[in-house]
Design a protein around this ligand. Structure first.
Ligand SMILES: Cc1cc2nc3c(=O)[nH]c(=O)nc-3n(C[C@H](O)[C@H](O)[C@H](O)COP(=O)(O)OP(=O)(O)OC[C@H]3O[C@@H](n4cnc5c(N)ncnc54)[C@H](O)[C@@H]3O)c2cc1C
Ligand code: SF4
Ligand code: SF4
Length: 449
């Protein structure tokens, strides 16, 4: 048992020590902006703001009492990250140190040609969301979609019909606070499915330990395998290439309408601009991936019932590939859903796949799984708080590296943490920063005169 991977009882003990404040979670680079803390504390107590860096972050409007902070620390995916229950892993059809438990590994796509065209890869998540609604298994799907008023931004969406699920199809690479009013969603008392990032699902599974309504009402949790959420500033750079401002936009689509499809931008006055997937992501230094993502112990959705990924069979997207996804069916509940969706024609299977093949298709995920244990150790040695991680075999993944590789990861993280490079500035809303800037400039002008 390592320092970082604790048992459930150890984790409970550790959580009973002083909880981190919201600003400590944010400033130590642990927040991904899911919004669940706002839902726990109440919108009057915590608001989500868009920071100057382009991240959605919580800001407490008032001092939060200890019991609220304890609750937040117990659910926040920056402080508490639990893998699937050990019994699930030991009873699974197959299990792998890096990839975790799976009942089935398949390459496939949506059965409906429109869904597989509009969807991000092959439209599998959208097809599953629609199937869940059409078959009456759930009343609504919680996922995200482009904001109607600010189409470059993403908002949580409740979809009650197939058309609305389709409207949310496609990957939204910027910030997305999926869980900002999750308490209100539970208050509806209706069965639902969640389609989201693995960290969003981690947060909800954490909450399930405190609130029995989660397991009663959330019938399915579906994830995509996630390389990291970028800052909104990444999307703003795309606009700058064309000399556009955000207020001119009518549409901002990252991908989809093909696999991967184009980053398509339309203005209200009818102009259109496009970037290919490669153009958008060509320079890794400019991906602007949020700090929490660099230490993500479960970007591969071990906590989901089904996790879906890209399947570019030639190592990366060609100009346009056939519509296709990799599908990791993780739980028995996921398997029953998958089989029913195939039976109903909502999904089509191309062929079975394997751990070896998905490791090749998602080699960046394999590298990250093997690196996270040493990165967290490095942060801890630098005196930074780190999340409590359980049941994710991080140390076993690290054991697949050489000692030299682990030392390099650990020392690199330690040094970056000491220099403050793994943290974030205090969360302030963009406008306030701009106001501060104006105020500072006027003081400076006065002094210069
Ligand atoms: C930030 C990000 C990083 C990704 N990194 C990888 C990766 O490393 N490897 C990989 O194989 N695939 C990655 N993907 C997933 C990939 O782009 C496809 O979304 C995935 O393969 C599912 O394809 P699909 O055709 O089934 O999706 P679709 O049918 O288009 O459905 C996508 C669903 O995801 C939801 N969604 C989209 N963006 C977000 C978001 N930011 N937060 C919460 N929910 C969202 C939508 O609401 C929609 O319901 C990433 C996606 C995102 C958004
Ligand atoms: S990760 Fe989510 S719960 Fe944790 S601080 Fe950020 S917004 Fe709040
Ligand atoms: S990499 Fe991890 S923390 Fe980052 S968005 Fe994806 S699932 Fe969340």
């Amino acid at each position: 048992m390592g320092l970082i991977e604790a048992s459930h009882s150890q984790a409970a003990m550790m959580l009973s020590t002083d909880p981190l404040s919201l600003s400590e979670i944010v400033e130590n680079g642990l927040c991904i902006g899911c919004g669940l803390c706002r839902s726990i504390a109440g919108p009057g107590a915590v608001e989500m703001v868009m920071t100057p860096e382009g991240r959605e972050r919580p800001v407490a409007n008032q001092a939060l009492d200890r019991s609220t902070l304890m609750r937040i620390n117990a659910v926040c995916p920056g402080t508490r990250i639990a893998g699937p229950p050990p019994a699930q892993a030991s009873n699974a059809a197959l299990t792998d140190t890096v990839w975790g438990p799976a009942e089935r590994l398949v390459l496939g796509r949506a059965g409906d040609p429109t869904v597989r065209f509009v969807g991000s890869g092959g439209g599998v998540l959208t097809a599953l969301g629609q199937f869940l609604l059409n078959s009456g298994r759930v009343k609504f799907v919680l996922h995200v979609a482009a904001s109607h008023s600010q189409p470059m931004r993403s908002e949580r969406r409740l979809s009650f019909d197939a058309a609305s699920v389709l409207e949310g199809a496609g990957s939204r690479y910027g910030p997305a606070a999926t869980l900002t009013d999750f308490g209100d969603i539970l208050d509806r008392g209706e069965p639902f499915a969640l389609i989201a990032k693995p960290c969003d699902i981690t947060a909800v599974r954490n909450l399930a330990r405190l609130d029995p309504r989660v397991n009663d009402l959330m019938r399915y949790a579906l994830a995509f395998v996630c390389g990291g959420a970028s800052d909104l500033s990444k999307s703003e750079q795309a606009l700058q290439r064309f000399g556009l401002g955000e207020d001119e936009l009518r549409l901002f689509r990252y991908r989809g309408h093909g696999n991967p499809g184009l980053n398509r931008i339309q203005t209200s006055d009818g102009r259109s601009f496009e970037l290919t997937y490669r153009q958008l992501w060509e320079d890794e230094d400019k991906w602007m991936i949020q700090p929490r993502c660099k230490i993500c112990p479960d970007a591969i959705g071990q906590v989901a019932d089904i996790a879906v990924h890209d399947a570019w069979l030639n190592g990366g997207p060609a100009v346009e590939d056939e519509p296709l996804n990799g599908i990791i069916v993780r739980t028995r509940r996921g398997l029953e859903l998958f089989d029913a969706a195939v039976e109903a024609g909502a999904l089509e299977i191309k062929r079975e796949t394997s751990i070896a093949e998905i490791s090749e298709l998602q080699s960046h995920q394999v590298r990250k799984r093997r690196a996270v244990w040493a990165r967290l150790k490095g942060m801890a040695i630098a005196g930074k708080p780190i999340p409590f991680v359980t049941d994710l075999a991080l140390e076993d993944c690290a054991a697949q590296n050489s000692l030299a590789e682990n030392l390099a990861e650990g020392r690199g993280a330690r040094d970056r943490a000491r220099r403050g490079r793994l943290g974030e500035p205090p969360a302030v809303p963009r406008e306030r920063k701009a106001a501060h800037h104006v105020e500072a400039m006027s003081v400076l002008k006065d002094e210069l005169i």
